[in-house]
Write a protein that binds this ligand. Structure first.
Ligand SMILES: [Zn+2]
Length: 298
């Protein structure tokens, strides 16, 4: 093929030759040979702002070396689960705390994004710090988009850490297209108040949420058990436990999701024991066995 520029030049030369021959045969003034228009400039590709994504399994994520910047993982074997591995608790809190307040924190509004002073008040009222408001997070991608939309609608400027998260949202959406739910989990890197065992326990808990969010059959199975196999006293005890650690106990779907993440996926007694939910270990094992049957359901 002839490249586009040479094709035009050849055409122009041919037209000029024809015009010259016509002038010789018919010596009258001729209109000038039209000059082909210059080619429209080809726009350069827009610079990409997508965050790189690394595919890894849970063991590789749990034991990876610390990084100075947030790292975005896609879970091997479940490509609709993403994990943001933050350098530490401060960086995680800076990016995620206002989303936690919006989605699941008791005492915070569900219809608008808190200002930063309001968030600080909420954290202080809970006798905690921004670093340890939550030690890990889990949301649907649509929850984070809802947060971003509400911040824009309310004129609430994003912090630099939230802006960086917004770019990750774009990367995640591009890597997991379609309408099926996408889970976004976050964990902190090692630090003065975060040892390897704690980090692994947090990841295990958050991965439980990843399964619940993305495996509809499992979630359906667990909801069925919550209503039919848990007694009312057991449900009430779980609501009390979850409410005592700050979750919105009015949100039944949140209660079910957290119950399964604690009961089945959080086996570190520093975070959870059956006794905290008023349950014997034998009864907890019985319920775990029933929940596991749902893991095979797509
Ligand atoms: Zn949880």
């Amino acid at each position: 093929m002839i490249p586009r520029r040479l094709w035009w030049a050849g055409g122009a030369a041919g037209l000029a030759l024809l015009a010259a021959l016509a002038w010789l045969a018919w010596p009258r003034p001729r209109p000038a040979v039209p000059v082909p228009p210059p080619e429209a400039p080809v726009p350069l590709a827009a610079p990409t702002l997508l965050t790189p994504i690394i595919t890894a399994d849970a063991a590789a994520i749990a034991t990876r070396a610390a990084s100075a910047a947030p790292t975005l993982f896609q879970l091997a074997g479940n490509p609709r689960v993403f994990i943001v591995d933050f350098p530490g608790l401060p960086e995680q809190g800076a990016a995620m705390n206002r989303i936690a307040a919006l989605v699941e924190k008791a005492g915070a509004p569900r219809d608008r994004v808190l200002s930063m002073p309001e968030l600080e008040q909420l954290i202080a009222a809970g006798n905690t710090t921004a670093e340890e408001f939550y030690v890990g997070h889990n949301y649907l991608l649509s929850d984070i988009r809802h947060f971003l939309a509400l911040a824009t609608a309310g004129g609430e400027a994003l912090t630099p850490a939230e802006q960086r998260l917004a770019l990750m949202v774009d990367s995640i959406a591009a890597a997991a297209p379609g309408d099926a739910p996408v889970a976004v989990l976050t964990i902190p890197g090692l630090g003065p108040r975060m040892d390897a065992g704690t980090r692994a326990a947090i990841l295990g808990h958050e991965l439980g949420h990843g399964i619940y969010f993305t495996q509809a059959g499992y979630a359906r199975h667990v909801r069925g058990l919550w209503h039919a196999s848990f007694t009312e006293a057991e449900r009430a005890a779980f609501r009390r436990f979850l409410g005592s650690v700050g979750y919105d106990a009015q949100n039944e779907e949140l209660m079910i999701n957290e119950m399964q993440a604690y009961l089945l996926f959080t086996r570190d007694p520093r975070f959870f024991s059956a006794a905290q939910a008023g349950m014997t270990e034998a009864r907890a094992e019985e319920l775990r066995a029933m929940m596991r049957q749902g893991l095979q359901q797509p």
